[in-house]
Design a protein around this ligand. Sequence first.
Ligand code: ADP
Ligand code: MG
Length: 324
Amino acid sequence: ATPTAILAGTGRGAQLGILIAGPEALEQARRIDTVVLDKTGTVTSGEMSVAWVRTLDASVSEDALLTLAASVEDASEHPLARAIVRSAEDRGLTLEPVSEFRNEAGRGVVGIVDGVEVRVGRVVTGDADAAPIAAVAGSADASQTVGAAPVADASAGKAVATTAAEVDAVIAEFSGAGQTPVLVRVDGAVVGVIAVADTIKPTSAEAIVRLRELGLEPVLLTGDHELVAKAVASEVGIDRVIAGVLPEQKAEVVAQLQAEGKRVAMVGDGVNDAPALATADLGIAMGGGTDAAIEAADITLVRDDVNAAVDAIRLSRQSNRVIM
Ligand code: ADP
Ligand code: MG
């Protein structure tokens, strides 16, 4: 959708804050039966904050863990990164210089801090087995919560391995509560997990009810952990969840649904969502979304509310062939 085409979307749509690229978009909107919703920034506000900092290595304090993570995340614009940096600032921590910074879209960030490789990012399936596990010096207590004094006991001299099961348990605990678990790895070993909380938009559940009333099936699509996605989905009333999807796979998921015979609308806001918005029969971008998402979409919503997407579909069904 070119900016000119978006401007052409006048009339009732514009009054409702729905900018429609052209008459074809309205035709498509009438035919769709499935609405794929991006989680972060679409169903949720995307305004994230650190809920917990959990160290899994007794030689690394919570503050040290947060400092490492925030130092690497400082160069990232991702909402998870912004939350981690803000949390470090709130604690008055001083960030470390980082070299060889790399952003891995949909996965996380990596950089060298003080001679070690620090990787901050997602849980990848099978990860815990593939990655070396942190050696916990001294204390076998691998479950310190916020506020607990970290035990630095390198002098004990014996390394007690944090098991993959322990890492998995922490991940399950956070994600089951709807918080995104962000793993912090030093030279490949998991040294801690930071839980980042997002908030569900207060209007999302109502919008899902309205979608169903129109006979549309909602599907939640996200790069986030499956348990986080399921927690959000159950809260807003979505049954079908497709989680752990890498940015480059989002469009494939839409194509797969189309191959199942579904006529798919995709609602999203991120750069990562742009290919999926373009692949969908109808792409709907949230108003607060990125330029890439708006460019790829057939409809742009002025309101940052899933209800506006429902309004757009309803409007297209009510209207005559061309309303503009
Ligand atoms: P979504 O599909 O929810 O918009 P993304 O595709 O941006 O999410 O990211 C997917 C997952 O990759 C996140 O849930 C997170 O686990 C991880 N991730 C991406 N970027 C970062 C980052 N800068 N720091 C930590 N983790 C990240
Ligand atoms: Mg998003």
